[in-house]
Design a protein around this ligand. Structure first.
Ligand code: 5AD
Ligand code: SF4
Length: 469
């Protein structure tokens, strides 16, 4: 009987996609994916170490599970905590037999062979990679929206960030290779592509074609069958005007940009080593505001960075008004191993960090309510993600996402209900709005919609995700 595996994922979309790659390797090595750790012979945790809390979760999870029902199973810790803690994990959690960082997934099959031959301390921790972007074995969890990594690693040196230590140096994939994968995905029925990278817009095509990031976006958006292209995460320093032009010229390129600011204070940005000032960041926002297509903007913010004064914080609060973000992901500063800011005195008490975060989130929340209210009465095209458990007017809701990446929960009148399914597009009139999502009623189906073959409607057991941003 085939061996079974269960994989649980913490962290960013890069990690979610890495889990798809690892799952693909396991499947091609004869393993079968199961939906609970209980059923699995091999339990994998794909981990995140961006903040201390995220990293600790791994050990809590490992110990809880091992104590409860772990007898006879093999455990592996992969991803950023694995890369960061390395072999120390074997000491902290002796029941773990595999520790591997993301740079070693291309040789995951070798690691499995070692595990199967009885080695109980298998490691894949080298950050030297030959930059192979293998895709043959990727086992995607979603039958209509696909991730494509275009750049791995990070060469920026933000003072607070572990990523350069957990994912290694920046390396881009050739444009031909990216486009080939995107075409294959379109042929297989995928209609949305999300291009991924820690700093996706730092992409540099290593091939002689030297396609720029903005041109690559345009080329992916032009592939027949691809209706939505998103990209994440952009670094403000490398955010160029031609990205805005690409969004204006390609309807399939979603008018939505995630542009982490981290702080509204130039002084804090300088100490964070972000390589831009508040004014330079706002200039990029202006480019987007001047665009012919309205672009929704989201961001990441850290409060309580060492030395952040009340005045610095006020500048971040003002920035919320100035930009009018569609959404924000905000965090209290967390000192991380190896980073430059670990040596800075963590001057701000935990309670004060908590207070700043609360105030920031409250302001953003009320701005989102106001902004979303303005969408009531508009018609939005959604890509249907699946069913909701909630009901509205006695009908079970569907969940969709708008072009600008908002969640829209909606009901479908009887006359439109025939054949509605995840992966299809529908037009929905917004009837009410909350801070984080919209509610609506479908008004019409989509002429260009294809019916999904039954095999595509049944994705294999899904990975469990805890996505960050
Ligand atoms: N503490 C708090 N938040 C952090 N982030 C990255 N490093 C830290 C840290 N040490 C946040 C940043 C980043 C997001 C993914 O996580 O806002 O953009
Ligand atoms: Fe977490 Fe960063 Fe690793 Fe993503 S790259 S999983 S955010 S530590």
């Amino acid at each position: 009987m085939a061996k079974t595996f269960y994989i649980e994922t913490f962290g960013c979309q890069m990690n979610v996609h890495d889990s798809e790659k690892v799952a693909g390797k396991l499947l091609s090595s004869g393993y079968r994916q199961v939906e609970t750790a209980d059923e699995a012979d091999l339990v994998l945790y794909n981990t995140c170490s961006i903040r201390e809390k995220a990293a600790q979760k791994v050990f809590t999870r490992l110990n809880e599970y091992k104590r409860a029902r772990g007898a006879g199973k093999l455990f592996g810790v992969i991803g950023c905590v694995a890369q960061q803690e390395g072999e120390k994990i074997f000491e902290a959690a002796p029941h773990v037999s595999l520790v591997a960082g993301s740079a070693s997934y291309s040789r995951f099959s070798d690691l499995l062979v070692q595990l199967e031959s009885g080695n109980r301390r298998v490691t894949g921790l080298s950050l030297d990679t030959d930059a192979t972007f293998e895709t043959d074995f990727t086992h995607r969890d979603n039958p209509f929206r696909a991730y494509i990594t275009i750049i791995e690693g990070c060469d920026k040196h933000c003072a607070y960030c572990v990523v350069p230590f957990t994912r290694g140096r920046e390396r881009s994939r050739t444009s031909q290779n990216v486009l080939e994968e995107a075409r294959k995905l379109a042929d297989a029925g995928y209609s949305e592509i999300q291009l991924l990278g820690q700093n996706v817009n730092s992409y540099r095509d290593p091939s002689p074609a030297a396609v720029s990031f903005a041109n690559l976006l345009g080329k992916v958006a032009e592939i027949p069958g691809i209706r939505r292209v998103r990209f994440t995460t952009s670094h403000p320093r490398d955010f160029t005007r031609d990205i805005v032009h690409a969004i204006e010229s390609h309807p399939a390129l979603c008018n939505q940009v995630h542009l982490p600011v981290q702080s509204g204070s130039t002084e804090v940005l300088r100490r964070m080593r972000r390589d831009y000032t508040r004014e330079e960041y706002l200039e990029r926002i202006r480019w987007m505001r001047e665009s012919k297509r309205p672009i929704s903007i989201s961001t990441d913010i850290i409060v309580g960075f060492p030395g952040e004064t009340e005045h610095d914080f006020e500048q971040t609060m003002d920035l919320l008004f100035e930009v009018g973000y569609h959404s924000i992901f905000s965090f209290q500063y967390s000192p991380r191993p190896n980073t430059e800011s670990l040596a800075f005195e963590d001057t701000i008490p935990k309670e004060e960090k908590g207070r700043r975060l609360r105030i920031l989130q409250e302001r953003q929340r009320s701005m989102q309510i106001e902004r979303n209210q303005r969408l009531v009465g508009t018609e939005q095209e959604v890509l249907i993600e699946g069913r909701n458990n909630r009901e509205e007017d006695g009908r079970r809701q569907w969940k969709g996402r708008t072009v600008q990446n908002m969640v829209l929960n909606f009901t479908v009148p009887d006359e439109l209900a025939c054949g509605v399914a995840a992966g299809q597009y529908m037009h929905v009139r917004v009837t009410s709005a909350g801070p984080n999502s919209l509610v609506g009623v479908a008004t019409r189906g989509d002429e260009a919609c294809v019916s999904w073959p039954p095999s595509m409607m049944r994705p294999a057991p899904e990975n469990v995700f805890h996505v960050l941003s």
